[in-house]
Design a protein around this ligand. Structure first.
Ligand code: GLU
Length: 449
């Protein structure tokens, strides 16, 4: 196989969410796994809804995820090329003007349904004479343009879904150009895929029906249809579609929640595949393991809890250098390798380290239960002299154990609560070394809560 060229083609009408990032990622991994090219195409033919801000956000989010592109272009810069393609189709009699209004088409469909027929466009416009057209146009109606499907069965071998067949006779001839002259996505996409030499179109299975028409358009334009791969859509853990929750599953939101790019890409790359959903070291490793044959036909279940757990697993392994800047932003004192080593096992996100900064370097509210008051007072009175070292905690608790008869939870929990204000967290003995003697004693001597 020669190296593939693929494209990710988002419309800049909103932010990227887990669903379209998965499509981008699969394209990217496939390209990298075969030494191919990944193109970012901005599908901004809908000039009303597309914005420069969304486009920039898409580029920023992809960059943040590491999904960098080899080439990029905007459809809005290529209208002339689409005009030329539309003209060629008109000449070939494959793109024909229609004058029905939306209401008329709606009425037609209702009638068809009432008669038990599929609501397929009746091609009445193909019967119009030149005079009929003039009459419509002088009455102020502008035509929309439909592509004339062959009525044949279109087949292809889908890299995910296997052998596919679409009966184009069961489809309405698709509208390629609206009455206001604007292009729907269908034609520009084919024109660009031919021009960019796209070898594989990889996208969600909501486009399967489009593929039937688009394969005919590719051929009508004198090109060859790319190989197709349609991936199952993502659904929530409950099996329901994600569409209503996509706002909260945008990259900006996930980033603000402290999720690491590699946790997101590892998760989305493995979801719905025969591989285990596990963290990987790099996108390159994910690419090495990529294979369309591993992608299942069932909808892929996206569970945020799994993503958060995967993120935690990744954070636990992050080296200090990878988090230094972020710790610095939390508190310069926290940007210390030993501090990160101490707290990282207790962090689901790097930002969670902030919870332990006051414990180590600032002020907290100690928790001392009334029943532990005497024990904590005793512990304060017997706190080892001199600066806190690696031995302080063991020396101190060994002594307290011998003197009070306390052990296990009864010994350690009151000390942990008094010194850190928490029931759980990093090793108290090591935390004590950051806290220092004065801070520890002050906490042990505070009043019961
Ligand atoms: N802009 C289209 C979409 O976002 C692209 C579909 C395709 O990949 O062909 O659905």
């Amino acid at each position: 196989m020669t190296a593939p060229t693929v494209r990710f083609a988002p419309s800049p009408t909103g932010h990227l969410h887990v669903g379209n990032v998965r499509t981008a990622l699969i394209n990217w991994l496939f390209a990298k796994s075969k030494g191919g090219l990944f193109i970012l195409r901005i599908d901004d033919t809908d000039t009303e809804r597309s914005t420069a801000a969304y486009e920039q956000a898409i580029r920023d989010d992809l960059t943040w995820l590491g999904l960098t592109w080899d080439k990029t272009f905007r459809q809005s810069e290529r209208f002339q090329t689409y005009e030329a393609a539309a003209e060629a189709l008109k000449q070939a009699g494959l793109l024909y003007p229609c004058y029905e209004t939306a209401e008329e088409l709606d009425r037609q469909r209702k009638l068809q349904r009432a008669r038990g027929k599929p609501p397929v466009y009746n091609r009445a416009a193909l019967e119009l004479s030149a005079d009929d057209r003039r009459r419509y146009e002088s009455a102020g109606r502008q035509p929309h343009w439909r592509f004339k499907l062959s009525g044949d069965r279109v087949t292809w071998t889908d890299l995910v879904r296997g052998e596919q067949a679409i009966e184009t006779a069961s489809l309405s001839d698709p509208v390629l150009i609206r009455a206001d002259g604007s292009y729907l996505y269908t034609l520009p996409s084919c024109v660009d895929d031919i021009a960019a030499g796209i070898s594989h179109v990889v996208r969600g299975e909501d486009h399967v029906t489009n593929s039937g028409a688009q394969i005919e358009i590719f051929r009508a334009l004198g090109g060859q249809a790319p190989t197709m791969a349609h991936t199952p859509l993502l659904v929530g853990a409950d099996g329901a579609g994600l569409s209503k929750r996509l706002g909260s599953l945008g990259m900006g939101t996930l980033r603000d929640r402290g999720l690491e790019p590699l946790a997101i890409t590892s998760h989305l790359a493995k979801l719905g595949t025969s591989d285990n959903v596990e963290i990987r070291d790099s996108l390159d490793q994910l690419a090495e393991e990529f294979d369309f044959a591993k992608i299942g036909r069932a909808p892929a279940r996206f569970d945020e809890t799994d993503l958060v757990n995967l993120n935690a697993a990744l954070v636990h392994t992050l080296a200090f250098d990878a988090v230094r800047d972020r710790l610095m932003a939390i508190d310069p004192e926290a940007a210390h390798p030993a501090f990160w080593d101490l707290v990282r096992q207790n962090c689901d996100t790097v930002g969670d380290a902030a919870r332990f900064v006051p414990v180590a370097f600032g002020d907290i509210t100690p928790v001392i239960e009334a029943e532990d008051e005497d024990f904590i007072a005793h512990a304060a009175a017997h706190f080892p002299d001199g600066p806190v070292t690696g031995e302080t905690w063991t020396d101190w608790t060994t002594l307290l154990k011998a003197e009070t008869g306390r052990k296990g939870r009864g010994l350690f929990m009151p000390l942990r609560r008094a010194l850190t204000g928490m029931d759980q967290g990093p090793d108290v003995g090591q935390m004590l070394q950051f806290m220092g003697r004065e801070r520890a004693l002050q906490r042990l001597r505070s009043s019961p809560t």
